[in-house]
Design a protein around this ligand. Structure first.
Ligand code: FAD
Length: 503
């Protein structure tokens, strides 16, 4: 009631449909029970609510929610307020992106979706450098994790491309932080799983926006040829732009169904080729997905540059799929797949996703154990696999990655379907996820989970390893009552009268 009486410019809602939306996320695996939903228009709104919760003795919590694309309730809360950062509701609205074209950066509201950041910067012929595959994610949400896609080998994750943040801490203070100001907070918040503050503004680095993209997919049946080529391509990161690709990803092909390939369909009107006709013998295939950006001025040399780079690769020579498309259509490619799945009722289903960072030295073992072992020939969703260079990740951020110069993302993006097929059931997929983690553990593959989810503090301590002490220290300083992002289940909220030690 106290919070409802606060004079805020945004909207504090207890509307059942708002509360219902904030109770769920993309994963559809857990349900929160928020008391209210705040649609803020400024850092001030958020600060007022956080201060009220900080001062209350009811054990309340506050969770920022971007686009709710988490899997395991990370943006949910029970007994608290969800701050719905994305979407513009009501009369007053949060600030629009402000582009600084000379300086080549943009200031954006923490709840801004990346698709809207892109649209705003394109008006100035500029674009952010590092992306996620899906653009319907919020800036604050991806910066709280890392934000990765095929550009990460070159530009680092999105958290490596931020100059400055405004943050509302767990005490309700509004602080600006950067490399030069409140430095510890700046690095802690990046990849910080929402634990230290709510990002209300991010200043993001820009580059001249390419006009077009040549998007190429080639196939391998030999895993080691596939990964050697991927690692060769990412080793070119320091070369001039005409001597490297701009995007390097890859995925595993087990079969061609819609649910398996929504993320990276090989087929296009220009390339109506069926993989089964190319490789009737079946088995696991690996698809290298690469792209080169170009402008009108470089359109003449693109064929030559691509040919030069492809010549060094060892893919199956008959397996090239090439498409030229607008830069914006390339970046937004996943949205089309989303719409297709939605139209078939295959989007709003449980998603027991598992995202792992695997050290490069163990990726062949992982292939044997997983793609040629545990998974069998059913995957229930796309499986992405691509390497990144660790030197593009700032070790001062909160995110944890394997201890090797090159590590892979393996993303098992699976959907559980309620049909007769046992291998597509939620229970089966959950069990398989546990089996995969157990396998890695037993085989000594030191994986780190991306978009991590654990339920005990000991597991979190193991996850953070030697970063835990600093993580804990930062938590004590910036959110001493553990009221922020409790859906991550790292810390338990404390009451003013009790000690600040987590249980
Ligand atoms: P939410 O799920 O709403 O929030 C995530 C966490 O961040 C929560 O703990 C929340 O409290 C916190 N948070 C949210 N906003 C703020 C804020 N302003 N300040 C502080 N904390 C905040 N990730 C990649 O890296 N690369 C990809 O290519 C990629 N593709 C995806 C595709 C799909 C279809 C989906 C569903 C997810 C994908 N993701 C990808 C994962 C995505 O980065 C995470 O889900 C991330 O959480 C962003 O989602 P969101 O903005 O909806 O955040």
């Amino acid at each position: 009631m106290e919070i409802l009486r606060l004079g805020i410019d945004g909207q504090l809602s207890v509307d059942p449909s708002d509360v219902e939306t904030a109770s769920l996320d993309f994963g559809l695996l857990t349900r929160g029970q928020p008391l209210a939903v705040l649609h803020p228009v400024s850092a001030q709104d958020i600060s007022q609510v956080v201060k009220a919760v900080y001062g209350s003795n009811q054990g309340m919590t506050v969770s920022a929610r971007g686009h709710g694309h988490s899997i395991n309730g990370q943006a949910q809360t029970t007994n608290g307020v969800v701050i719905q950062m994305s979407g513009r509701k009501g009369g007053n609205k949060p600030p629009r992106p402000r582009v600084w074209s000379e300086e080549r950066y943009v200031d954006v509201w923490g709840g801004e979706l990346w698709i809207d950041v892109l649209k705003s910067t394109l008006e100035y012929g500029l674009a952010p450098k590092s992306w996620t595959d899906c653009l319907y994610l919020s800036v604050g949400g991806t910066l709280s994790n890392a934000g990765i896609s095929g550009q990460a080998f070159n530009h680092g994750p999105q958290i490596s491309n931020v100059y400055e943040l405004d943050v509302v801490t767990g005490k309700g203070e509004v602080l600006t932080c950067s490399e030069d100001e409140n430095t510890e907070l700046f690095h802690a918040v990046l990849g910080g799983l929402g634990q230290f503050g709510i990002i209300t503004r991010a200043r993001i680095s820009l580059e001249p926006a390419p006009k077009m993209v040549r998007w190429i997919r080639v196939l391998y049946s030999n895993f080691s040829a596939f990964t050697s080529d991927q690692e060769h391509l990412i080793s070119l990161h320091a070369e001039p732009s005409n001597q490297k690709f701009d995007y390097v990803e890859g995925f595993v092909i087990v079969d061609e169904g819609l649910i398996n390939n929504w993320r990276s369909s090989l087929l296009s009107p220009q390339n109506p080729v069926k993989i089964s006709t190319l490789f009737p013998s079946g088995g696991v295939l690996y698809c290298l997905e690469i792209a080169k950006n170009y402008h009108e001025s470089t359109a003449q040399t693109i064929d030559q540059e691509v040919e030069f780079l492809l010549k060094k690769l060892n893919f199956i020579s008959t397996s090239g799929f090439t498409t030229d498309l607008l830069y914006v259509d390339f970046l937004d490619r996943v949205h089309k797949a989303e719409l297709k799945l939605r139209s078939k009722g295959l989007w709003e289903v449980p998603h027991p996703w598992l995202n792992l960072f695997i050290p490069s030295s163990k990726i062949a073992e992982f292939d044997k154990g997983l793609f040629k072992g545990i998974l069998g020939n059913k995957t229930s969703g796309p499986i992405l696999i691509y390497p990144m260079n660790k030197n593009k990740w700032d070790h001062r951020s909160s995110v944890v990655t394997p201890d090797e110069g090159v590590f892979y993302l393996v993303a098992l993006l699976r959907s559980a379907l309620d049909n007769e097929e046992e291998t597509q059931s939620l229970e089966y997929l959950n069990n398989q996820n546990r089996q995969i983690l157990r396998y890695c553990d037993e085989a000594g593959i030191k994986v780190k989970r991306y978009l991590p989810h654990y339920t005990t503090q000991q597991e979190w301590m193991d996850h953070f390893g030697n970063k835990w002490d600093r993580f804990y220290e930062m938590k004590m300083e910036f959110d001493p009552r553990h009221i922020l992002a409790s859906g991550q289940r790292i810390f338990t909220p404390t009451f003013p009268s009790s000690s600040n030690m987590p249980s």
